[in-house]
Ligand binder design. Sequence first.
Ligand code: PAF
Length: 310
Amino acid sequence: MERIDSVEMTRKTVASWRAEGHLVGFVPTMGAFHEGHVSLMRRAVAECSKVVVSVFVNPLQFGPNEDYASYPRQLETDAQVASEAGIDLLFAPSVEEMYSGPGQTKVVVDGPARGLCGDFRPGHFTGVATVVAKLFNIVQPHKAYFGQKDAQQLAVIETMVADLDFPVEIVRCPTVREPDGLAMSSRNKYLDEEARVAALSLYRGLEQAASRALAGERRAATLEAAVAETVRAEPRARLEYAELRDARTIEKLDRLEPQRECLLAVAARISTSGGGHARLIDNFIFRLKNGRVEVDRGVFADKNSTQSSQ
Ligand code: PAF
């Protein structure tokens, strides 16, 4: 695996691969790899002849009171994981390398960036869309791989790609869960033992809603309440939202609807013993087919293959 921190060298390397006829896959990340990242890399390696992974903790997508400074950084371990996953190029630029220009241009996506995390993290999706647009222009991949756990981010990026005619295919990949259901996230590293238990309330809430949907409930308010009540019952959790939305457009839904992917999304802050917190998100997708509900929870990691998120 090559390791490159320069924009120019990355461009040159990918340009030579493309000239040789390779299909180039790309997995953009902020590092601190877990099984979810590895599943994106494996899928990209299976589908493409060359794969680039980027590791860049993007300051533009963090608010002033968020965890940019403390976000986990472990480049050497990440490089080892990427190399073992069969990645060809690890692009790990510095902030100065990525934001060397005057920085007066931002990519603002409207519709799907509204509501949910868009309300609680002002400017976040502009930061995400701007850096992903830059990364696409630098790496110029044929296909780019994103996890369903960040459902609103996925909708924002798909909208940006469609609106601005980026010549890249966005591949949606399932959320990867710990064997007990906790969605894998780099921010799980913040959780101590008790916070780890509290964090599971997001998944348990979604399971409560899924049980109701499978028993015939279709109303958004009831499904949202099932999630909200479960999270609110957990003293260390502070619910931000539990909402039913269209997974592609992030429009609000009043009920589960056929012909739509219905996203039940939740976000909460989990207090940790040291006085800090971890802001976690999770979601299930519901599909109504022939009057029956299918629940898409993503995939569960094998007990033996997963590293602890502690
Ligand atoms: O999902 C992430 O890790 C980040 O938001 C992304 C897409 C790499 C942009 O910084």
